[in-house]
Design a protein around this ligand. Sequence first.
Ligand code: NAD
Length: 438
Amino acid sequence: MKIAMIGTGYVGLVSGVCLSDFGHEVVCVDRDAEKIARLERGEVPIYEPGLDRLMAHNVEGGRLRFTRDLAQALEGAEAVFIAVGTPTRRGDGHADLSYVMAAAEEIARAAPDGVVIVTKSTVPVGTNRRVREVVAAANPALDFDVASNPEFLREGAAIDDFMKPDRVVVGVESERAARVMSEIYRPLYLREFPIVVTDLESAEMIKYAANAFLAAKITFINEIAALCERVGADVREVSKGMGLDNRIGNKFLHAGPGFGGSCFPKDTRALARIGQEHGMALQITEAVIKINEEVKRRMVEKLLDLCGGSFNGRTVAVLGVTFKPETDDMREAPALTIVPALVGGGARVRVTDPQGRREGEALLPGVDWQDDPYAAAEGADLLVILTEWNEFRALDLSDIAGRMATPRLADLRNVYSADAARDAGFTAYAAVGRRGFG
Ligand code: NAD
């Protein structure tokens, strides 16, 4: 099947590469000339494990191409996916649909008859119908269908998530769209991954409801962590004890510095906004948004306590700035709240991250980038573990403590323990939802 993919970001590029690996003929389009130039040279513009090899394999196999020219990509296409960004619209929390609608208009001008226009971007309820209206208005003669196909992949594990999904969700309103979508995902049917076929509105809601639920789960355990600190319980034990209950499950029960990333913050805001537009407050989602901001502020207070009430003149080493490990994505990362608070408070901040520097340099002015945790720790008064990259999980803590001016550790991902920190020579240790010392 011939497929065009609009947008070569974290979702569009992974989806395009994986669909070509299914055996489809895929042309990926982006309006960003530099991205396309890099892709044509065989470079992957984002960090996603395994993507470079899979991309090269399918380019060599002649199933995958890149272009800036949408009309060319649409030649003979049976389906065109919209995988452009839907960031928060300034001011009101609504998803900004300008990229989606611009893509819809461009498709209308160049698509062949019979095409199915598939929205993969996360979009508010009603958007697929608007896409249909926009396309019909721009080209009344075009024969087409729309389909909603929200994406659930996680950055850092995106290829596996796409290839072995818990489920694929497809919203359609015609037999033809259902047929084309099932043809696209046939390799998954064959491997018995469930495909939920539903109406457009339900498909759109599933994505927001799923993300808001996961954000709520993280926020719940973060709130419990704060209480654990007051009552002397250990949130890791609490998570374990809760997570072994099959009805709860152990995923998304890790206390930390608050959720960030390209999806949860903007999707919870968008869902809250959808509720408001329909005359009902989504009270749980609104609480999640508010509490998550408080969690990040609480982390700054934790660091302040470890620094004796002021960052002024302190040297702070920060390990990890991306919103989670195995990605270079910094969108709404807790680091964007915590690092500026350190810099603004007068600290000298030394930062290291295996993949975050390219994005982070522009987003975190006034910090000093280091190649590794040991170099970052040199002469520091406080070491902060902000992202739990594997590289930071088995540090030689004694070596690190020995390099620091005052060995204090803020373990905001609960990687180590108070005992390990004490044995290594740290004089103060704070984690999230567990006892520290110093
Ligand atoms: P992104 O910002 O990384 O990529 C979007 C790309 O679209 C950019 O390269 C941009 O240049 C391109 N683009 C925008 N308008 C275009 C147009 N008219 N023609 C051609 N190219 C155009 O975004 P992303 O993280 O891939 O997210 C895309 C969508 O998928 C969003 O709605 C997001 O909510 C959703 N989503 C993201 C993830 C994730 O983990 N990142 C997971 C699931 C769903």
